[in-house]
Structures are given as C-alpha cells and as structure tokens.
Design a protein around this ligand. Structure first.
Ligand SMILES: Nc1ncnc2c1ncn2[C@@H]1O[C@H](COP(=O)(O)OP(=O)(O)O)[C@@H](O)[C@H]1O
Ligand SMILES: [Mg+2]
Length: 400
C-alpha cells in the first residue's frame, strides 16, 4: 500500500500542510526542528492511533489550536481510501472514512499500515519491558485490528481490578472489614479471559517473528546472531515448563514444544486462560498487600538475545541498533507476507548508523512499495534510496 496524499491541519508545528506522495522512496530533508518528524509522525498516527514520541495526544495539536486533523489518501492495489482523524485532546477523537459520517477511530485501523524506524527504537533493546510490550501489541494490532478492542478491554479490566485491590488494602489498613473476595474472583476471570487472548496473540506473533528477525539480523550484521526472542511472563508455559526462580514466576520460552504450531505459539486458549487464572489466584495474597495486579500481560517482557546473551546490558551500541532494526524489518516482512505490505517510515535513522549498517539497511528497505525517509542532510541517506525529495523548512514542505 502507499499514501498518495497527506493533509495536516493544526498538527504539531503545521497550521496546514498538503503533501502529494507517490510509491517508491520519498525523502524529506531539512535542518533539525523544522517539522520532518512531525510529518511522518502524522502518518504513523493514522496507522496506529498513537505517536511514536508521546503517549498523549495533547502535544500533537498545534500550540493554541483547539484540535488537529490528519488525513491521508491510501491506495492498496486499485482501491483508494481516505482516512481522517480529528484529535480533540481531553475529549473523544473523531474519525471518518471516505468522507462518510463518523466512525470510531478504531475503525480506521488497517486501512493504513506502517512500520516506523526511529531513533527511539534503541529503547526496544535498552529500555524497560513496557517498550517491548508496546512493540508487540502494536504489531499484534497491525496484523489484526480487532485486537485494539481487546487491548483496551484489558486495560479497562486491569484498572478496575486494581482499584478493587486498592480499596481492599485501604479497608484493611483502617481496620475495616475485608472486602468481598467473590467480586475479585469475577475480575480475575475477566482479566484471565482478555489477558489470555492478548497473550496468545503475542506468543503467536513471536513465533512468526523469530525466523524473520534472525534473518534480518544476519543481513545487517553477518555472523553476529543468532537472534533469540523469548517471552517472559506468567503463565505462558501453561504449566508445562519449569518454574523459574523469579519469585514464583514461570519463565515461558515460546521456543518450547510446539512453538508456532497453534494458537498462542503452541498453547491453546484454554491453557493460557487456566494458567493465567491460576497465577492470579496464587498472587492474590501478595496483591492484597500491595494493592496492584502483579501478574498478567501488563507485567511481561520480551527478552531479546544475541547468541546466548541477553542483549539488554550486554550488546554493544552497534549490536543494539542492528537488533532494533531487525525487529522493525521483521515486522515489515511479516505484514508483507500476510498481504498487508506496510508503508516504511525511516525517521532520521541513517544519522544513527555507521556507513556499513546504513548501506545494508538501505538495500533491505529499497524494494518497499513506499518508503518515507527523513534526514537533516541528504548525505546521510545512501544513494540507492534516491527518489522524490521534499525540503522541509519554515513550516513549508516543498518538492524539489
Ligand atoms: N504542538 C506543537 N505546536 C507547535 N509547534 C510544535 C508542536 N509540537 C512540536 N512543535 C515544534 O515542531 C518542531 C519539531 O519538529 P520535528 O518534526 O520534530 O523536527 P525535525 O525536522 O527535526 O524532525 C519543534 O520546533 C517544536 O517546537
Ligand atoms: Mg526529526
């Protein structure tokens, strides 16, 4: 797929911008702080309903403006669709498809898919587990837009369960009665049901991603692998694996028996549900002390390895970069292989890489149907990525 037109109103630094785009490579060049990332951030937002830089919408609306509008015409095969999002910080966002009446923002998911590479990606390797959970869940949603609903259900159930736990803690502390634990039982079941669905999708994703990430790494940094992707969480081994030493947590290695065979990387939905429910029951006592939910997909991690060593804390800067790029390239290959070739967005990444990694990355992305690249100076972008070029400066996006 590719974007044929991007239109912004009061998005970030832009009062207005209209950018006609074509398939192939397009580069946006201009000094720092001129609005290059703002442009591609808008593209990413239409694909994921989120920014790769900030977690709330407020900074995306131009300072002083009440709302922002982002619109893109997207072509897939011979089908053209227009998606539009209106960002209303503090209020519900609105969406339209093909200028028709309102739809839910979530309904636009899937019309545009992107895989975005950015300097922030280094935190996939070096950052907290939350970064890797977000990576997994965004890709889970790109593969299956319906999962956006499951993710928000999970967040909602978790929040409700946590507030129940908190009131239990408060009641105890003030010598009051114990809360009715049967209510908590019901929330355990909700959390296990929704959590198992998310968990299953994550595990299945990891199984699919593993060979692709390994292949991408081999092409970016020959001989440096193999890449290992191991899901760490409760209770993804469904009771089959060995218990780890992590305070009773089970270390789930989706490499285990039957990985990739069925739903959830080898685990049936029922096994995941039972495992999760069991783990919640086991941690109930500790949760009643702490007032938060201690097990579930919101606490899990994806452990990235190079050879035998975990990348976090061991990999060099260059290796960490290669690994982060490999995860993005694998995401691209996966979506493509499923018939949803995403738009590739490379936001200022070449400046982060040495000459050899730059050249190899360029070779790997150049076949993409549409590749949007930003760079402060054209010299940072390898020659194979010659294509259309825009200059971004002073709030203007001007074709060269
Ligand atoms: N909500 C906003 N309103 C107005 N200006 C903004 C907003 N958000 C960011 N900017 C401005 O956008 C500029 C950064 O643009 P960006 O696209 O990140 O630059 P670059 O070209 O380096 O990628 C900064 O000058 C910042 O002040
Ligand atoms: Mg930038």
């Amino acid at each position: 797929m590719h974007v044929t037109h991007l239109s912004l109103a009061d998005f970030r630094s832009y009062a207005r911008a209209e950018v006609a785009l074509g398939p192939g490579v397009t580069t946006f060049v201009g000094p720092n702080g001129q609005g290059k990332t703002n442009l591609v951030e808008a593209v990413g937002y239409l694909a994921s309903l989120g920014s790769h830089r900030v977690s709330s919408d407020a900074p995306l609306v131009r300072m002083g403006a009440p709302r922002a509008v982002v619109r893109a015409a997207v072509r897939q095969g011979d089908r053209q669709q227009l998606v539009e999002l209106e960002l209303n910080p503090g209020k519900a966002n609105r969406a339209r498809i093909n200028r028709s009446s309102q739809v839910k923002p979530r309904d636009v998911l899937g019309i545009l898919r992107t895989v975005l590479f950015a300097p922030e990606d280094l935190s996939l390797v070096k950052g907290d587990p939350g970064e890797r959970r977000r990576f997994l869940d965004e890709l889970v949603t790109a593969r299956s837009p319906r999962m956006a609903g499951v993710r928000s259900d999970y967040d909602r159930v978790l929040k409700q369960r946590n507030s129940l736990l908190k009131s239990a803690v408060m009641a105890r502390r003030h010598g009051g009665r114990d809360v009715d634990t049967s209510t908590l039982d019901v929330w355990d079941e909700h959390l296990a049901r929704v959590g198992a669905e998310l968990l299953g999708r994550r595990l299945e994703l990891i199984s699919a991603l593993r060979p692709l990430a390994d292949k991408a790494y081999e092409r970016l940094a020959p001989g440096g692998g193999p890449v290992g992707l191991e899901y760490r969480g409760v209770p993804a081994d469904g009771g089959r694996g060995e218990a780890g030493g992590d305070g009773g947590a089970l270390h789930a290695d989706a490499d285990g028996a039957g990985a990739g065979a069925g739903v959830g990387g080898g685990f049936s939905p029922a096994e995941l549900y039972d495992g999760l429910l069991g783990a919640l029951r086991e941690s109930r006592r500790a949760e009643m002390e702490r007032g938060v939910t201690l097990v579930g997909p919101h606490r899990d991690d994806l452990v990235l390895k190079l050879g035998e060593l975990p990348a976090k804390g061991y990999a060099s800067h260059g290796e960490s970069w290669s690994l982060a790029l490999s995860l993005r390239l694998a995401s691209y290959e996966l979506l493509k292989s499923e018939g949803n070739e995403p738009v590739l967005v490379l936001d200022d990444v070449f400046a982060e890489l040495d000459v050899q990694r730059r050249a190899r990355l360029a070779e790997l992305v150049v076949p993409g149907e549409q590749v949007l690249v930003t760079a402060a100076v054209p010299e940072d972008v390898p020659d194979v990525l010659a294509g259309a070029r825009f200059t971004v400066a002073g709030g203007e996006v001007v074709p060269e």
